[in-house]
Design a protein around this ligand. Structure first.
Ligand code: PLP
Length: 470
């Protein structure tokens, strides 16, 4: 396949020695292919995720050949600040020396071994440390490779738990409107994004969605906490009437990221916890996007002082290095599977479950959290991002500037259905990688972003806004 002549013309200009030309000590990565050649070959060979491939005729993918800290580098040496942590996975920068060295060390010893009937040090250490981070309230780590698989595991575990304790009718799941839990059939069944669901509706199980606590839906004069109480009432009523068939409620604590960074008050989680306890329903905290300090506390649910029954983690777990996900559960759930009969066991598996390299990257991530006092440094970083973002609100079409920890977002009033893509390209021209969701622009940078980078990110975002809306 060849591309229409104008396709690569849309790539940021590379030929005029722009300000964002690479100047790092690492230098420009050794070139094997030009930007143009990579675009042509990727479009012929690779089916890119979450993409209408035809749109690449007008909006080509950007070839990246290197990374350094919060920055990505393309084949022509341009640098782009990674304002979205490469789909919310990167925590401590690209090519982080500590994670690199942990991986080098591990690869000399053991890259992978089947985890059924075998074990290894990195998976044991990681499981113990993750459990300790929940104060040992959760544990029995069950691993997979991506977020959606972790969600599948949590759903199956919950339903199978009820079956094992003699309540086989509890097979349904309650979800929050606008929630997103992944693309596999089970995860999509508990997600509420029409664009992703509709084509696959015949494959999906029906879940029951309740009101989202998104504070943007609060009435005039109603606080976020009051609105959280009102939204929780919807769930309380549902559980009261349908507790006999509902196995679990699945929630993204504090921020529904894919729902245009919908943020809510921690009071919502406290109410959900009480309702779940009262009606004998599991609370699944999907912390795939919000765990590992993203919202301020190590796990987002900790801001509410509650403990879920099951928790899913992925994305930041390896600092954005390796595919890894995990489900932690309460001991009571594990014990319901612990029996002589094989069929009472949790007979789920993935080939790469507990991959040793991925676990060693995750251990390096936990080491960095311990040695660098990341959570308190992030509090200062987040304050700087919010302060630097204030002038954005001067634009008449910018609304709802909001922040939870290291996630900052604002909504742009526009009818342009291509706003997101046009903004994305305008930001690239500014040496900045942002990827609005609909008309919501957000910053979710790696935790190594410096004050100078923050200035670059916010001023680039403002210029991209002006040029997109012009
Ligand atoms: C809250 C949440 N759950 C699950 C997923 C799915 O994870 P993955 O894309 O790794 O399958 C995502 C992905 O964005 C997510 O944000």
């Amino acid at each position: 396949m060849t591309m229409p002549a104008n396709t690569t013309d849309k790539l940021p200009r590379n030929d005029e020695a722009p300000a964002n030309r690479v100047t790092s000590s690492k230098g420009i990565p050794k070139k094997t292919m030009s930007n143009r050649e990579m675009v042509e070959r990727t479009l012929a060979a690779v089916w890119h995720p979450c993409t209408q491939m035809k749109s690449h005729e007008t909006f080509p993918p950007l070839p990246i050949v290197g990374g350094e800290g919060a920055w990505l580098i393309d084949a022509d040496g341009h640098r782009y600040l990674d304002g979205i942590s490469s789909w919310w996975v990167n925590l401590f920068g690209h090519c982080n020396p500590k994670i690199n060295s942990a991986l080098h060390e591990q690869i000399e010893r053991l890259e992978h071994v089947i985890l059924a009937g075998f074990t290894h040090e990195p998976v044991i250490a990681l499981s113990e440390r993750l459990s300790a981070l929940t104060n040992h309230e959760l544990g029995h780590c069950f691993y997979a490779s991506d977020g959606s698989s972790a969600v599948e595991i949590a759903l199956k575990m919950s339903m199978h738990y009820w079956r094992n304790i003699g309540q086989p009718n509890k097979t349904r799941f309650a979800t929050i409107s606008g929630g997103y839990h992944g693309e596999t059939v089970g995860a999509l069944s508990v997600s509420d994004v029409a664009l992703f669901r509709d084509a696959y509706a015949p494959l999906l199980r029906e879940s029951i969605a309740v009101k989202s606590p998104d504070w943007r839906d609060a009435s005039e004069g109603e606080s976020a906490a009051d609105y959280a109480v009102r939204a929780a009432h919807d769930l309380e009523q549902l559980l009261e009437t349908q507790m006999a068939e509902i196995a679990a409620v699945i929630v993204e604590p504090l921020v529904q990221c894919a729902n245009r960074m919908a943020m809510h008050d921690p009071e919502y989680l406290r109410r959900v916890r009480v309702a779940c306890d009262r009606h004998g329903v599991h609370l699944i905290a999907d912390e795939i996007a919000v765990g590992f300090g993203r919202t301020g506390t190590f796990f987002a649910h900790q801001a509410a002082g509650v403990i879920p029954d099951l928790m899913t983690l992925s994305k930041g777990i390896t600092g954005g290095y390796m595919p890894l996900s995990v489900v932690l559960c309460r001991d009571q759930i594990f014990q319901a599977f612990y029996a002589d009969e094989i069929s009472r066991g949790f007979l789920h598996s993935h080939s790469y479950t507990g991959n040793a390299l991925a676990c060693s990257a995750a251990l390096a991530v936990l080491d960095i959290f311990e040695s660098d006092d990341v959570l308190s440094t992030n509090r200062a970083r987040a304050r700087n991002i919010l302060a630097a973002s204030q002038p954005l609100q001067d634009h008449l079409r910018v609304h709802n500037l909001r922040q939870t920890g290291m996630i900052t977002a604002f909504d742009v009033q526009t009818d342009d259905p291509l706003f997101s893509r046009r903004y994305h390209f305008a930001a690239l021209e500014e040496g900045l990688m942002l990827r609005p969701i609909g008309n919501t622009v957000y910053f979710m940078p790696p935790y190594v972003i410096t004050d100078t980078d923050i200035e670059h990110m916010i001023s680039g975002a403002r210029r991209a806004l002006l040029s997109t809306l012009a």
